[in-house]
Write a protein that binds this ligand. Structure first.
Ligand code: PAF
Length: 286
């Protein structure tokens, strides 16, 4: 595995891959890798000739008071995982290669897609995500790029950027990878104490209960929201940020649940904010 730290070198390598006619797959990450990331890597390895993974903890997607400083970082650990997966190139850019000026030119994101869910709770977050992903795409020039369904809103925002800027990259969305008790894998799970870790399973529990009820014919968003809320509120240390039931990809609230409805939740477990979702009879359903 080649480790590249400069954008110019990464660009040269990407051009070489392109010229050879190979398909380049790209998995952007903020590091501290887990099985969720590795599932994206494996998908890229399967579908593409060359796989590039980036590790960059992007400061612009963290709000004031959020966990940028304490976000887990362990490049040696990440390298070991990626070597094992036979990744071709690990790109660990310098901050100045991504943001050469202190005055950052941001990509504007569609407000319709970001005024709800995490966009409402974390103002500016998706502007930072869209900007860094567009910059990384410009450097890496991937044919395909891989993201997890856990970050449902991020996926929609990125697809929208790709469409509006006519970027020549296909966005591939892979199912959420879960721990044995259903907790969605996340680098932030490391923050959880033992008690919080077991309470965190209530997010998945609430979604699977909702899904079961919906499949048995309960299509009322209001009722399903109420049931999810009750399950989460019953758990000590869990504080709901949002429970939303919306049309997937368009993020319009629905009264009656139908196919391709997104049930999305965010909750603090102790001080750790976790998100999860499920799509009712959707394409990326687990
Ligand atoms: O999902 C993430 O880890 C980040 O938001 C991403 C896409 C790598 C951008 O920093």
């Amino acid at each position: 595995m080649e480790v590249v730290t400069r954008a110019s070198e990464m660009k040269t390598l990407s051009c070489r891959v392109k010229e050879s006619g190979d398909v380049l797959g790209f998995v952007p990450t903020m590091g501290y890798l887990h099985e969720g990331h590795l599932s994206l890597v494996r998908a890229s390895r399967k579908e593409c000739d060359i796989t590039v993974v980036s590790v960059f903890v992007n400061p612009t997607q963290f709000g004031r008071g959020e966990d940028f400083d304490k976000y887990p970082r362990d490049v040696e650990r990440d390298k070991a995982f990626l070597e094992k997966e036979n990744v071709d190139i690990l790109f660990i850019p310098e901050k100045t290669d991504i943001y050469p000026e202190d005055d950052i030119e941001y990509i504007e994101v569609d407000e319709k897609l970001t005024k709800t869910l995490c966009g409402a709770s974390r103002p500016g977050h998706f502007k930072g995500v869209a900007t860094v992903v567009a910059k990384l795409f410009d450097i890496v020039r991937p044919d395909k790029s891989y993201f997890g369904q856990k970050d449902a809103q991020q996926v929609v925002v990125i697809k929208n950027v790709v469409k509006n800027l006519s970027l020549p990259v296909e966005i591939k969305v892979m199912p959420t990878v879960r721990e044995d008790d259903g907790l969605a894998m996340s680098s932030r799970n490391i923050y959880l104490s033992e008690d919080e870790r077991s309470q965190a399973a209530s997010l998945y529990k609430s979604l699977s209960t909702a899904k079961g009820l919906i499949s048995r014919g309960n299509k009322s968003s209001e009722e399903i929201k109420r049931i999810i809320t009750k399950i989460l509120e019953n758990e000590k240390n869990v504080k709901i940020d949002y429970v939303e039931i919306i049309e997937n990809e368009r993020f319009i609230p629905v009264d009656k649940i139908k196919d391709n409805t997104l049930v999305a939740i965010a909750a603090f477990v102790g001080n750790t904010r976790l998100i999860d979702n499920t799509i009712i009879n959707g394409k990326n359903e687990e």
